[in-house]
Design a protein around this ligand. Sequence first.
Ligand SMILES: Nc1ncnc2c1ncn2[C@@H]1O[C@H](COP(=O)(O)OP(=O)(O)OP(=O)(O)O)[C@@H](O)[C@H]1O
Ligand SMILES: [Mg+2]
Length: 244
Amino acid sequence: MNNNGIGDGNGVGNGVSAAVVCRGLCKSYRIGGARQEVLSDLDLTVSAGEAAVVAGVSGSGKTTLLHLLGGLDIPDAGTVAVGGEDLFALSGAALAKLRNRRLGFVFQFHLLLPEFTAAENVAMPLLIRGENRSRALTVARDLLSQTGMAQFAEKRPAALSGGERQRVAVARALCGGAECVLADEPTGNLDRRNADAVFDLLLSQCARRKMALIAATHDSHLLARAGRFWELREGKLWRKENGK
Ligand SMILES: Nc1ncnc2c1ncn2[C@@H]1O[C@H](COP(=O)(O)OP(=O)(O)OP(=O)(O)O)[C@@H](O)[C@H]1O
Ligand SMILES: [Mg+2]
């Protein structure tokens, strides 16, 4: 059964705080004279410690949704609240601070900083806040070892494979102690074993740190393991159970 809708019973109203609440999200792109509606009155609630896995065919709007949830783009209509703060009501400086402290991103195309080592890239959310450099790098190296990347800590992104860069990006998203991690195809460049390991790391950190995780993936193996997930279709999220 597909349910178009809001949350999944673990969210607000159940004594669990909602980390991310989005309501009535609409986004369209104008190409020439035509308007393409990508998100249409979309609602989503994700609680602290909950993982929302989002599937959908290429072009269905997964990246568009994650960018809006992270305040990286502006919707035509609707609201996004992270930890109760309405992203689109914040000033640019306040939004940048919220992103640094409350959100972690794994982008579809990792976006590591080329002039910094893997460990420095991972530590970046802490370094930006002005935290002690050697402490930040210790946290970063610990996360790199959890993603199987300990031996690459001092390498720059250009000297890493696509999958290795992706694991650095996952470690970076976790490093700042985010309340919410937005992950766009976080395992897209990885082989089966590393894809499973990175996905498991995201899920276990989500549960352990009481983070909300919103992860878009095409990977049917991961969707099967997630059990329940959302399908993005016709601009809305539809609840899916495995095999249905
Ligand atoms: N800046 C933009 N200008 C115009 N159209 C855009 C823009 N960004 C995205 N689109 C269009 O919006 C639709 C959704 O794109 P989006 O990148 O969100 O899809 P996706 O589900 O992430 O796809 P994929 O699985 O291939 O990454 C696509 O048809 C895309 O061409
Ligand atoms: Mg995408």
